[in-house]
Design a protein around this ligand. Structure first.
Ligand code: GDD
Ligand code: MN
Length: 374
């Protein structure tokens, strides 16, 4: 069978597919042209696409060094790639989309770069010479916003220009023994944060427009993305996060109640009432988080409490800004209902507030070191 498969290829290229019947044959052919001088295997990981992608790919395994994994009980780009990694034989792994948006012609250049010693080579839209063809303003904003949020929450990827690329190579050793469990689309983020490669380099490419078939990206992926970021940021644990959300909810009640009382009871102008209500809610939130959510991380002393209160205030105000920015973008640019946009805004801001407070306001004390402040 698979006459072309070499037993120990240098590169294992993973191609996740869902309904790519119209693209997969062209992709395989173009990869083969581009890698004719290299030893490689191409692993298609298909989630049992109803359009027959698996069957078509299987019919090409005689002619090309291709293997096909058909998953019947699972869906998802990133988890498909992880399953591909598990079957890969090469010392270098690669990931490329099937829809021809990622040009296979730059694979030799990526290989050359990784042979120079880097752990991960990213085909990047955001280094000089790179770009995205025919992207609407809408998509550009979502892409940049997603990237910004990731960089705010995950310090280790701040220097990387395109941490959300779907086209990259890595050395097997970067993820050897590392448990990968991404939710959603962004497998590279998982590799970078959990694999902690020592050297990452980026090579420019232009993301082409999809000519055939449809993108599988939808609104649900937005939520998956936030979940993924939350898990990668992992600064406090789930119980703590739930406590933090409950405190936040109590703050909403304080805010609404006070707004009503000050406006109706004292006859204040409602905007003034709102300002007072917001600040009061920030303070009650602070107190509850200080004595409950993060009680194990408090250092004693009035100065230290004040310092935490100030930090918490600053984080909350920035969080408010994030909420507004998401609300405006999703409503004005994406045309999503403002009520839904606001929910997404609240989710984004909560993620920000929790992560930054857990790593700054109530930073975990290094083990064995007593609290010095006071
Ligand atoms: N196995 C499997 N299962 N594959 C999937 C699934 C799934 O549930 N969903 C999508 N794919 C495959 C598609 O068939 C395609 O080969 C690839 O994953 C990318 O899917 P698209 O739907 O075309 O994604 P996109 O174009 O919106 O986004 C891509 O490009 C971005 C920019 O580089 C992705 O690669 C993103 O991760 C990337 O950020
Ligand atoms: Mn695509």
């Amino acid at each position: 069978m698979k006459s072309q498969n070499s037993p120990n290829p240098e590169l294992s290229l993973i191609v996740p597919t869902y309904c790519e019947r119209q693209n997969i044959a062209t992709l395989i052919e173009r990869v083969h042209q581009s890698l004719s001088r290299y030893s490689y295997e191409l692993i298609v990981v298909d989630d049992n696409s109803p359009d027959g992608t698996s069957e078509l790919a299987k019919s090409l395994t005689q002619k090309y060094p291709v293997r096909v994994i058909t998953r019947r009980n699972e869906r998802g780009l990133a988890s498909a790639v992880v399953d591909g990694f598990k079957q890969a034989k090469g010392e270098i792994f690669g990931v490329i989309d099937a829809d021809l948006q990622h040009p296979p012609e730059i694979l030799p250049e990526l290989l050359k770069e990784i042979r120079n010693g880097a752990g991960v080579i990213i085909a990047s839209r955001y280094v000089e010479g790179g770009g995205s063809e025919g992207w609407s303003v809408k998509r550009k904003i979502v892409s940049k916003g997603s990237k910004l949020l990731a960089q705010l929450l995950l310090p280790s990827i701040r220097g990387i220009k395109d941490p959300l690329s779907g086209f990259f190579l890595l050395r097997r050793k970067v993820i050897d023994g590392v448990a990968l469990s991404p939710t959603g689309y962004k497998i590279l983020l998982e590799v970078l944060v959990r694999g902690k490669p020592s050297e990452v380099a980026e090579v420019p490419y232009v993301l082409r427009e999809r000519e055939r078939g449809e993108s599988n990206l939808n609104a649900g992926e937005g939520i998956n993305y936030l979940k993924h970021l939350y898990r990668l940021a992992g600064s406090g644990g789930t119980i703590r996060f739930i406590k933090f959300c409950l405190v936040g909810l109590s703050g909403v009640l304080v805010n609404e109640g006070l707004l009503w009382m000050l406006t109706e009871g004292l006859g204040l102008y409602y905007v003034l009432s709102a300002a007072i209500a917001i600040e009061t809610a920030i303070l009650t939130n602070f107190i509850l988080n200080d004595i409950w959510t993060f009680r194990d991380r408090r250092s004693p002393g009035i100065q230290s409490v004040l310092r935490r209160a100030l930090k918490f205030n600053l984080v909350s105000i920035a969080g408010l800004g994030i909420n507004m920015a998401i609300l405006l973008t999703f409503t004005e640019v994406l045309g999503i209902s403002y009520l839904i946009s606001n929910l997404i805004g609240i989710a984004g801001a909560t993620l920000w507030n929790f992560t930054i407070n857990a790593s700054w306001t109530w930073r975990a004390k290094p083990r064995g070191e007593p609290a010095l402040e006071g």
